[in-house]
Design a protein around this ligand. Structure first.
Ligand code: CTP
Ligand code: CA
Length: 219
C-alpha cells in the first residue's frame, strides 16, 4: 500500500514593497534555491506547493505555484497552506520593512530629498512556526558576517528544525548565483557544511537531510 505523499510547502524569491505605483523596495534574490528545492521535491513524488515572489524562472513540473508580491501576501499564502503541510521550507528573501503608505500617484523627482517612513513586515516563518503541530520547519539565513552565530539565533528564535545559512553580498555571496555553499544547523546541535555545489545539487543534498526526519514524522 502506498502512503500519501509528503506535503511540502516552499517559499521562494524576493518580495516587493511599493512606495508609489511604479517604484518599490526589494532585494536581488533570484528564487533559484527555492525553485531547485521545489523541483527536486516534486521529482521525489512529494506534493509541492510553491509560494513565490516575482522571479523569472520556469514553473517546475508538477508543482502548484502561487504568485505573491508583498510580504503580507507571502504571509497570507503560506499561512493558508501551513496546517496541511509536513514540511515548510522558507527560502524567500522577504523584505523586513515596508513603507507605511503607498502614494496613489507617481512621486515626482523634484522632491529632491525624500524620506520614506517604514514599518516592519510580519515574520512569516516565526509566526506560522508558533502554531506548528508536527511540521518540519526549515529556515534559511542570509548573512554578510557572523554566519554561524546569527544563524544559531535564528534556529532558536524561529523554532526551526533546520536553518540553512549562507553568506550573501560580495563575490562569495549566494544571491543570483547558480551555486551555493551553506552551513546547515540542526536543532540537535549538529552542524553540516555543504558545497560549493550547484543549487540543483544542493537541493538534493538538503532533501536527503530532511527526508529521514519526515519519514519518521509521517510514519
Ligand atoms: N523570514 C520570514 N519573514 C520575514 C523575514 C524572514 O519568514 N519577514 C524568513 C526567511 O524566509 C528565512 C528566515 O526567516 O527563512 C531568515 O531570514 P533572514 O532575512 O536571514 O533573517 P531575519 O529574521 O529577517 O533577520 P535579519 O534580516 O535581520 O538577519
Ligand atoms: Ca531579513
Amino acid at each position: 500500500m502506498n502512503a500519501s505523499p509528503i506535503r511540502c510547502l516552499v517559499s521562494a524569491g524576493p518580495t516587493r514593497e511599493h512606495f508609489d505605483p511604479v517604484r518599490f523596495l526589494s532585494n536581488p534574490s533570484s528564487g533559484k534555491m527555492g525553485y531547485a528545492l521545489a523541483s527536486a521535491a516534486s521529482k521525489r513524488g512529494w506534493h509541492v506547493d510553491l509560494v513565490s515572489g516575482p522571479v523569472s524562472l520556469p514553473v517546475p513540473e508538477g508543482v502548484e505555484l502561487t504568485r505573491v508580491v508583498t510580504g503580507q501576501e507571502m504571509y497570507n499564502a503560506v499561512s493558508e497552506r501551513f496546517d496541511a503541510c509536513d514540511i515548510l521550507i522558507m527560502t524567500a528573501a522577504i523584505m523586513d520593512y515596508r513603507p507605511k503608505s503607498i502614494a496613489d500617484h507617481k512621486i515626482k523627482k523634484f522632491e529632491l530629498e525624500m524620506l520614506i517612513e517604514m514599518e516592519p513586515v510580519i515574520d512569516v516563518l516565526a509566526t506560522v512556526a508558533r502554531r506548528k503541530i508536527n511540521q518540519l520547519i526549515v529556515g534559511f539565513a542570509a548573512e554578510t558576517d557572523h554566519l554561524e552565530e546569527y544563524a544559531t539565533k535564528k534556529l532558536e528564535n524561529k523554532k526551526a528544525d533546520f536553518v540553512v545559512a549562507n553568506l550573501i553580498g560580495g563575490p562569495a555571496g549566494a544571491f543570483e548565483k547558480d551555486s551555493n555553499k551553506v552551513l546547515v544547523l540542526r536543532k540537535n546541535g549538529q552542524t553540516i557544511a555543504l558545497g560549493p555545489l550547484t543549487k540543483v545539487a544542493l537541493a538534493g543534498e538538503l532533501l536527503d537531510l530532511f527526508e529521514p526526519e519526515l519519514i519518521r514524522k509521517v510514519a
